[in-house]
Design a protein around this ligand. Structure first.
Ligand SMILES: *Cc1c(COP(=O)(O)O)cnc(C)c1O
Length: 223
């Protein structure tokens, strides 16, 4: 199926969920996660009207960036090794995986202007998942004030691997609560208004719970 056709299905689903929970569809931005697909398929997504692209590896991002050009659309969504920061920093507009001081320090050092970051939180506490523990997230965000080139625009999480909708929903709901707590601190380096949550299988639940960026791979650009 063409990306254009998949996109219209997803947009329809977003509109339905939004009307159910009284949100505006334009407040939910779609990031097309292109990590499994070719440069051609990525170009097709842009042609279909996609405005945000997500990659989880530095080499994948660099190769697509070189082909598709310098546009303000790139989201780095994967776990980021400190030594890879220099490869992507001048190419990305958003980093979704800030979860430790060493990474913040490196981003701050290499950046020439403030970088929009999401703090990744490990809400499900699964060992295999990256992200800061929820109990320490608030203090972590406060401590980031020392880095002039780090701007915390929101929080990101990945739902646990389960079919249990209630568990997934609770994960998203708790992230929203944490985002509001941080937003209420009124920190100038951390406006924290955004929520990056929801993927192909759970984006409807994420939108119901307040997602402002959904990261969709398979359902949008998959074959
Ligand atoms: C791969 C990936 C996605 C997209 O996953 P799909 O299930 O294919 O939609 C979203 N977020 C992150 C961090 C990913 O690595």
């Amino acid at each position: 199926m063409k990306v254009k056709d998949k996109l219209s299905i997803i947009e329809k689903q977003i509109a339905e969920v939004c009307s159910k929970v009284k949100r505006k569809p334009q407040d939910v931005k779609i990031i097309a996660v292109t990590k499994y697909v070719s440069n051609e398929r990525t170009a097709e997504a842009l042609e279909a009207g996609i405005q945000h692209l997500g990659e989880n590896r530095d080499d994948g991002l660099v190769s697509k960036y070189e082909l598709l050009g310098n546009r303000p659309i790139w989201h780095f969504i994967g776990s980021l090794q400190t030594r890879k920061v220099k490869n992507i920093l001048d190419k990305v507009t958003y980093i979704h995986s800030l979860d430790r001081h060493s990474l913040a320090k490196e981003i701050n050092k290499r950046a020439t202007t403030p970088i929009n970051c999401f703090v990744q939180v490990n809400m499900s506490k699964e060992e295999s998942k990256h992200g800061i523990q929820p109990e320490t997230a608030l203090d972590f965000v406060k401590e980031l004030a020392v880095y002039p080139n780090i701007r915390i625009i929101g929080l990101m999480t990945m739902a646990p691997l389960t079919q249990d909708e209630m568990v997934i929903r609770e994960c998203f709901r708790n992230l929203k609560a944490l985002q509001e707590d941080i937003n209420n601190l009124g920190l100038s380096h951390a406006p924290c208004t955004e929520l990056s949550m929801g993927m192909s299988n759970d984006f409807k639940i994420a939108i119901e719970e307040g997602a402002t960026y959904i990261r969709i791979g398979t359902a949008l650009v998959g074959e």
